[in-house]
Ligand binder design. Structure first.
Ligand SMILES: CC(C)(COP(=O)(O)OP(=O)(O)OC[C@H]1O[C@@H](n2cnc3c(N)ncnc32)[C@H](O)[C@@H]1OP(=O)(O)O)[C@@H](O)C(=O)NCCC(=O)NCCS
Length: 172
């Protein structure tokens, strides 16, 4: 059974919590380079509440635990890029990331009309690998030495899910 989560529109009171999430190096290490420096309240606010094509708050057991969504919408090719941050470390390993990924992919394909959803993760991010694999992403390639983390250059895995394979896989 899928972990019960709620995806909802982000609110102002999520910003302080999100700022706190991004102060945890265990959360930020495998995120983008811009998250490797301290992320201030107004920067978190710009992300949580700023203009976005599809950016939603994740709630688990009644509280805000992270953000997920679809960005970089390409209307010519019906493509967007998936992202996920479960920033509340206390809920890791309970299926929240997988449930949120499945929900947002289903929304992207069935409600938003996407044809292809792409994603990427830095190779040592094992939890992200598991979430992408469980959600049905296929690996399309690997870019070498993309980012400097923990004293070494790390590779990045590129992935995608296609609408056809999603519908086939998720039809009852
Ligand atoms: C990646 C992330 C979304 C996963 O969220 P989550 O709620 O813990 O995900 P789930 O519980 O659905 O699944 C994670 C799985 O990975 C496993 N896992 C986590 N770390 C692991 C590791 N180092 N080695 C092996 N497995 C690991 C968990 O045990 C779990 O599997 P299980 O159900 O068999 O126990 C979350 O850790 C996160 O947001 N991290 C910080 C930001 C980030 O990395 N975002 C993704 C950027 S691409």
């Amino acid at each position: 059974m899928q972990t019960p989560i709620l995806l909802r529109l982000p609110r102002y009171d999520d910003v302080a919590a999100y700022t706190g999430f991004l102060a945890n190096p265990l959360v930020t290490t495998w995120l983008e380079d811009r998250c490797q420096r301290p992320v201030l309240f107004h920067q978190a606010q710009a992300f949580v509440l700023g203009e976005a094509w599809c950016r939603l708050a994740i709630e688990f057991e009644g509280r805000f635990v992270g953000m997920t969504g679809l960005e970089d919408y390409d209307p010519v090719n019906s493509v967007a890029r998936f992202f996920i941050v479960v920033g509340d470390q206390s809920v890791w390993g309970k299926g929240v990331g997988t449930a949120a990924a499945i929900r947002i992919l289903d929304h992207g394909f069935r409600a938003l009309g996407l044809r292809r959803i792409v994603s990427n993760y830095l190779l040592p991010n094992e939890a992200s690998r598991v979430v992408h694999q469980r959600a049905g992403f296929q690996i399309e390639g690997q870019q070498r030495q993309v980012a400097w983390r923990n004293g070494a250059w790390v590779d990045q895995t590129l992935l995608a899910v296609l609408r056809d394979e999603w519908i086939k896989r998720n039809s009852a």
